[in-house]
Write a protein that binds this ligand. Sequence first.
Ligand code: 0X9
Ligand code: ZN
Length: 268
Amino acid sequence: MIKISSGGSNKPTILIDGGIHAREWVAPASVVYFIHQLVENQTNHYMFENIDWYIIPMVNPDGYEFSRASLNNVYWRKTRSRSNSTDCIGVDANRNFDVHWMESGSSDDPCKITYAGPEPFSEVETRNLKGVVESLGNCTKLYLTFHAFGPLILYPWGYNTDLPNDWATLDKLGRDVSKAIYSVKGTNFTVGTSARKTYPAAGGSDDWIKAVGGVNLSYTIELPPGGSRGFNPLTSNIRGIAEEAFEGVRVYHAYVEKNFEGNCTRRI
Ligand code: 0X9
Ligand code: ZN
């Protein structure tokens, strides 16, 4: 995890992650690009004047490495834990959070790609994210988790098709972000709840951070395919996907800066 801050007292915080799913390579690549833009590009330094950033580019490194190491395993999605008596390895980390766990879109079969794990937070990867969220106390105002592939901007709920109380706020901000991305080169991100725009699936990081972690603004961003190869866009398309997504991050930043101020309390 990297923290990007201009120092001083604790400020409203944006938490970003990528790589919960191993095979979605463009997600960690894009999140690393965001770090690069924030840190190395002077014209973006205004983005950490009033806002602190905590960024985890690679939540599931063992799964990622496994998917990279052999062409046979490029579609690996899960962690690499051995948590059961079968020969099947790994848990779908985005079904492993303790929020309506196993209620929908999840499997209790360790051999399935949506295996939710033997219990909530069975995985070190999901426990790590939980620990970060808890340590950030009341500072986190926005959570963005990057996946592939869309293009979709999703907000809770994912476990069923209900709308959260503040859905209008989530929807408006999501559409503003979508507009900003569209203006780069015409990529059209669809905006809506996870369950309505994809399928009901419980135990995701997005639902957990909103329902339990106290972060109202929570989005899963499914980056576009970038060619016909879905999770792994053509090499020549990776940078363009990251660049347009960063224009969305800029809109998120402006919203948090405008709507939140004052000191907060955290342990890290
Ligand atoms: O199924 C998922 O975990 C996500 N799609 S992906 O193709 N990247 O696997 C969507 C997750 C949306 N959020 C929830 N269902 N909570
Ligand atoms: Zn994913």
